[in-house]
Design a protein around this ligand. Structure first.
Ligand code: NDP
Length: 283
């Protein structure tokens, strides 16, 4: 297991070339060292897809074998869905009466979250938010439900907001316009919420984060300011660990918008088996 790190700021301007080079070099490096499964993680996988890096089959003397890599998005989507289910209970929000807004609904993680919320929960209403109208209509058709809405229109109606938009810069929110209580699950990296939300009835939970039952002897999670760096980590990182533990040597999460409920179930089962649980609100 090995993870490539990448700074989202590099998406802006001409530094994208440096970013893509960094990603394929990291992939070649991991492969050369015989690592079976590497998670590309958040922005690396977004860049990989958006800039068609699968066309780069060769990095110097290394022919990239894509089945050694995963985006980690299936586990991330599964964990975010479990966070919706469990943290809503913590706040006494009844899903059967709740309106859930998904910002980034048409993305790889967002579309999987919408599929799960539709099929596996009795959530009353789904609000679908993104910029591209065609993709939104396709998702709405696939789900057979969901209201397409602007963020400004959706926020005051939502009991729960799932943030999974790939935004380099976060959104500022006027908490007085929100429902109280309101659960905000911020799964974006960097975080989609621009400022710390300070309202006693608006509860922000770091999305797509798991806690392990035992301490892990590493320092990487201090760099990204996890509250408990020895135990908390990105669900996408954890996906590569799970695939290694289970000897599932395959690009489990790959491509865009192909995450199925069956795959979420499978990665969910092994996540529980190996001692991971979704991060929840403080008791
Ligand atoms: P995608 O690029 O597949 O999807 C992004 C979604 O956000 C699309 O629906 C896109 O639609 C929408 N979007 C982008 N900008 C905006 C905007 N300004 N307003 C509204 N919608 C917007 O990304 P992924 O699904 O792969 O990743 C989503 C997020 O999750 C990223 O921030 C990523 O870093 C994070 N992540 C976290 C992980 C973890 O372990 N916690 C692991 C992997 C990813 P449109 O372009 O039409 O607006």
């Amino acid at each position: 297991m090995w993870n490539s790190c990448f700074l989202p700021e590099m998406l802006a301007t001409r530094r994208i070339k440096a970013a893509t080079r960094k990603i394929v070099n990291a992939m070649a490096h991991a492969q050369k060292h015989g690592i079976n499964i590497t998670a590309l993680g958040g922005f690396s996988s977004i860049i990989f897809e958006n800039f068609n890096l699968s066309q780069i089959g060769q990095v110097r003397n290394v022919k990239l074998e894509f089945d050694r890599f995963t985006t980690g998005n299936t586990h991330t989507a599964y964990i975010i869905c479990r966070q919706v289910e469990q943290a809503s209970k913590q706040l006494g929000i009844d899903l059967s009466k709740a309106t859930i807004a998904v910002c980034g609904a048409t993305g790889d993680i967002g579309s999987a979250v919408c599929r799960w919320l539709d099929a596996r929960t009795n959530a009353a209403e789904l609000l679908l938010i993104a910029r591209n109208p065609e993709r939104l209509h396709d998702l709405q058709t696939e789900l057979g439900r969901g209201k397409i809405m602007d963020l400004e229109e959706a926020l005051p109606q939502a009991d729960i907001v799932v943030w999974v938009a790939s935004m380099p810069k976060g959104v500022e929110i006027d908490t007085t316009t929100l429902k109280h209580p309101c659960l905000m699950i911020d799964g974006g990296y960097p975080k989609n919420l621009g400022t710390k939300v300070k309202h006693p009835d608006v509860h922000v939970l770091n999305g797509g984060i798991v806690e392990h039952s035992l301490d892990i002897d590493w320092r990487i999670m201090s760099i990204v300011n996890m509250d408990v760096p020895a135990r908390q980590l990105f669900a996408c990182f954890a996906e590569s660990m799970l695939l290694e533990f289970e000897k599932l040597y395959t690009n489990f999460s790959w491509g865009r918008n192909q995450i199925t409920l069956e795959k979420m179930d499978l990665i969910g089962q092994v996540s529980v088996k190996h001692g991971f649980r979704p991060l929840l609100l403080p008791a």
